[in-house]
Design a protein around this ligand. Structure first.
Ligand code: PRX
Length: 641
């Protein structure tokens, strides 16, 4: 497949950008010509950010899997679609060609169909990083069911919340998952969540770890048994279900500053075009290259840059089951060498963590296949950028710093590999169709530069791109309030940013109460709610602080009512509670017991003060006179961890 929309030079970028802003409908209709449609659109774009209501490619009909699979079969059927590398280096890797993947997805569509899954049904997928996860995702898309993938590290309670919110009646899972030297008992976690979700009709269970599991008659079925039934049917072809451009493709839950995680909804056509367009341009993908995205499919990065973007572009996507540091910190480099990966796309956290092991893990690993290095998920510090550039890219590979969000579907601001200029720690320029603007607290555009010569403000977008979220599942008002109500006629990202005179952006981090722990988004309110579930806790306040490896760590201030004979044991109990309620990723790094929290007279917690103390900046806490009880600050300061 060739891509008429692949930008080849900085000048081409500039003219594409200009056209995308001046004539968006024409621009995107030309891009859309590169895809397979059952029926073309009546109108390219219709939108307002007030309701908000955004439709791309109105009344067009398609199925995204015909674009990710069927259309490649004739010319590229025997090309590898997915190369799968297992957790354990001693286990054999697997290669699924486009023919294989098409066959398996079709087979699994029959399994879904036989088990009662229909267009529009919500299917929760809770699996490790095995090829069957990608197969399950694509089979849902082919049959028109809305998938909601839940990261394998989330707890039973988190799954139950998501099942209830989406009213998902079907689950696809596995007995367990391998991650480093751990075995995660996925099915038994699902069983715990189902105690609260009697509406779930079917659970399809893949065999991976052979961890003993309970299988409930009438509800739980083995993936392999269901496949056997399909194998006796002969031709496994399953005609892709015709979808409207704006039919929901998937829900992915993500944290905000308030309440429980919200289900971000992406729709079929816009998301397909945006993931493919950005994949081809940002990564400058060339036919035959091996693309290694180290994310988990449980997060948006995996959805967009392991599954949908690469497969729609006919690429080879390398999928890894394990973690970067097991059996040792050379695992990524061994995989790059073994499969001759041309692209590696990972998070700054992983880079910083691998950096801490020094250069020994690189000995004997041939990384000469690499053409491009990418980062995503959090700001990358210059030291990590340089280490990546020098030791992994050997000074020759461009680095793309891709800024985007679950809500944006795919990259919005990034340099295009080797085509537009790169700059350490800067995401640089917006992609065609992306119109960023920096505003102040009142929503006025920032027009004056700061002392460092840059504009500084809250990052918003002025107009929709094809991959923008359409709603939050079951609660459109929440979508409006969260993203479109802070500033009139703007989508607010929740991030702060700098902009230089050339229009380059540097993302500085969240300006709301959302933490970014190892590139994963967690709301402070969510962690506080979890801590408060512990029976001895009266109240808590959670803030982020700079963490050498994770980017941000979680610092919790806790008012404790129970007996505190052994502070460390109680800390462990609180952590265990958070693990149970959310998952291990949300466990606090530091817990400080306090007798009170700094509150204003109206009862609002002054997080600014707590943040400064957590950051170790205790000498300059600003004005504390408006506090209800200013003495509490001294106590907190003196006992800071
Ligand atoms: O704060 C930004 C940060 O990650 C947030 C989005 O998180 P999530 O929806 O989980 O998606 C992560 C993967 C796309 C953003 O609001 N972020 C993402 N990429 C970058 C980044 N911060 C700085 N630089 C980036 N390249």
């Amino acid at each position: 497949m060739s891509y008429s929309f692949q930008i080849k030079s900085f000048d081409e970028y500039k003219s594409a950008y200009q056209r995308s802003v001046e004539e968006p409908e024409l621009f995107w209709s030309e891009v859309a010509e590169n895809f397979h449609w059952r029926k073309k659109w009546d109108r390219v774009l219709d939108w307002n950010f007030v309701e908000p209501k955004i439709t791309w490619f109105q009344n067009a009909k398609l199925n995204i899997t015909e674009n990710c699979l069927d259309r490649h079969l004739k010319t590229n059927g025997s090309d590898p679609a997915i190369i799968w590398e297992p957790n354990d280096p001693d286990e054999h890797h697997r290669i699924l060609t486009y023919n294989d993947l098409h066959f398996k997805v079709n087979q699994f569509c029959h399994v879904l169909n036989n088990n009662g899954v229909k267009k529009g049904d919500r299917v929760c997928i809770y699996m490790g990083m095995v090829p069957e996860l990608a197969i399950a995702v694509l089979a849902c898309a082919r049959i028109g069911a809305i998938h909601s993938v839940v990261f394998g590290g989330f707890s039973a309670q988190s799954i139950a919340d998501r099942l209830q919110d989406a009213k998902a009646e079907f689950i696809i899972t596995a007995d367990g998952a391998f991650r480093g030297n751990k075995e995660i008992p996925l099915k038994s976690v699902i069983d715990q969540s189902l105690v609260q979700c009697p509406f779930v009709k079917k659970v399809i269970v893949l065999t991976r770890t052979r961890t003993p599991v309970s299988m409930i008659k009438g509800r739980d079925v083995w993936w392999e048994d269901e496949l056997k039934k399909v194998e006796t049917m002969g031709n496994p072809d399953f005609p892709a279900v015709e979808m409207d451009a704006e039919d929901e493709l998937f829900i992915l839950y993500t944290s905000g500053s308030t309440g429980k995680p919200k289900g971000v909804v992406h729709t079929c056509a816009g998301y397909m075009i945006w993931t493919t367009y950005t994949f081809v341009n940002v990564f400058q993908y060339q036919k035959g290259e091996v693309h290694f995205c180290t994310a988990d499919i449980g997060w948006i990065t995996g959805h967009s840059y392991i599954v949908y973007g690469p497969l729609s572009a006919g690429a080879t996507s390398l999928m890894f089951e394990g973690i970067p540091t097991w059996p040792d910190a050379g695992r990524f480099w061994e995989i790059v060498d073994k499969h001759k990966a041309n692209i590696i796309y990972t998070a700054p956290t992983a880079i910083r963590s691998l950096m801490s092991f020094g250069l020994d893990p690189l000995i004997g690993k041939n990384l000469s296949s690499l053409r491009l290095l990418g980062t995503v998920g959090e700001p990358i510090n210059e030291e990590a950028w340089k280490w990546y550039h020098e030791n992994i890219g050997k000074g020759k590979c461009p680095i793309i710093d891709t800024w985007w969000q679950t809500e944006t579907g795919a990259c919005l601001i990034s340099n295009l590999a080797g085509v537009t200029p790169e700059r350490a720690s800067w995401a640089t320029l917006p992609l065609p169709g992306v119109q960023p603007i920096l505003v102040d607290e009142r929503g006025n555009e920032i027009t004056e530069k700061g002392e460092d010569g840059n504009y500084k403000g809250n990052l918003c977008l002025k107009a929709p791109w094809p991959g923008i979220l359409r709603t939050t599942y079951g609660d459109h008002e929440r979508c409006r309030v969260n993203y479109f109500a802070t500033y009139k006629d703007l989508y607010f990202t929740g991030d702060g940013a700098l902009k230089d005179d050339f229009g380059n952006f540097r993302i500085t981090g969240r300006v709301d109460d959302v933490l970014n722990i190892s590139g994963h988004r967690i709301g402070t309110a969510e962690v506080e709610n979890a801590i408060n579930m512990h029976n001895g806790v009266v109240e808590s306040a959670v803030v982020g602080y700079p963490h050498d490896i994770k980017g941000q760590g979680i610092y919790a201030y806790v008012i404790y009512n129970g007996k505190l004979d052994d502070e460390n044991l109680t800390r462990q109990d609180i952590s265990a509670t958070v693990s149970k309620v959310i998952g291990a990723i949300a466990k606090p790094d530091k817990i400080q017991f306090v007798s009170g929290l700094p509150k204003t007279r109206s009862g609002k917690i002054m997080r600014r003060i707590l943040r400064k103390i957590a950051e170790g900046e205790i000498s300059n806490l600003g004005d504390t006179t408006t506090l209800l009880d200013p003495t509490v600050v001294d106590e907190i300061k003196n006992r800071a961890i």
